[in-house]
Design a protein around this ligand. Sequence first.
Ligand SMILES: [Zn+2]
Length: 190
Amino acid sequence: MVLLPGVTYCLRRFQPLVQQLARHHWVSHVKRNRLNLPLLGEADDLESFLFETPRQALVLIGAGLRRLTDSRCFYCGLAVQDADVDHFVPFSMYPRNLMHNFVLTHPSCNRSKSDTLAARPHLDRWLEHMTRHDDALREIGEAAGRISDPASSRAVARWGYANAVTSGAQAWLRAGRYEPVDVNYLGCMA
Ligand SMILES: [Zn+2]
């Protein structure tokens, strides 16, 4: 598929709106299918069921990642007390909860990174983390009911960073520090 000039910009610019519309229509689509009614009942939490990670799953993932990383923040490497579970490739960019995309962070590092892509040192560390801890991550994912698909996680990251190169986006290094995403980012995911 080749996008016409300007389309990538518009998709990026209006991404929250597009995502909200897509979710809304997907939820309506699922509800409209009468065969789903006995399964769904009248509960009104379909959107959160489809698109959010249940609290209990996040607790299990957080505990598993703590064991793996000796309770250190994925981004700054310092010890964490209260920890967040962050989507390495931002959820706003790719709203699926693949296990290998979860990392343990300080709430402050998580807030600071927000919905930007992480800079090269983090990307290198994440790729290594996925390979080194593949078995353990799959186990944590299984316990928490999350899908493990590292090949997809890598492909999604490659897609996200390739878009960032095209659109001239910045990647988050640490609080207040960003760097441009250049084409060298893509070499490590070839
Ligand atoms: Zn941190």
